[in-house]
Design a protein. Sequence first.
Length: 263
Amino acid sequence: MTTLAADALRVFELGDIQEYPVIASDIIYGHAAVGLVDASGHARPLTSADKFVGFAEKRVDNSAGAAAAKNVRTVKKGKIQLTVSGAVITDVGQPVYASDDDTFSFVPTGAVFVGRVERYVAADTVIVAFDVDGMPDPYAAWPVRETLAGTKTFDAQDCGKAFFCTAAADGDALTLPAIADGLDDILIVAIGAFGSTGIVVNPAAADGIRAADLTAVDDKDLLLTKATQRRGDSARIFLGDADGYSASLGNLALGTPSIWTKE
């Protein structure tokens, strides 16, 4: 092993600015969300398949250039005002996702995590705090995600998935198969705004669902009441035993408890 015998001339990077080579034949507009292409590492206007690396400091026109002919400078940490679909005053702290370079919502399906709501400004308009290196996606452990807008009967193919319920009414049931069929480890999330999404998790007639302070009783539903529901309230369903399922209840988005009851 050789140690230094003289001063090393190395480059330090300071602050919250980064720079990436741009893909061929494209334009990244100022303040667009920027993503890196998995296969090449080049920057482009964000898509749902990309790694989010910040917001473009200014426009970069590489429409006539080869890959890496120009670089884009991105701001990787800070606060930015965004139009976020469905944002209301109760959404402070909620995670925000982008499906392209200028489309933002609270639904993680087919989208990339960019930050959290710092402050409400007006309907659909919020200040979003972002930190590419230091702010994790609360649903990162659930890469397979689906959106639900009503009833569903789960099966073994749903193991390992997260389901984001956008418009379930109090009577819309999400039905579990009999415990013997082996459904294990799914996440059910109310992703609508406060007080907009009721959820009913319905076990088979011979099964119960047990959770903290909720005993398992055969054929009794697990309920998230619409009136007290918050965006991100969730139930993680596991195989329990011969008597039925177990559920872990909480709000992954906010890291807080959530209020579920039994029928």
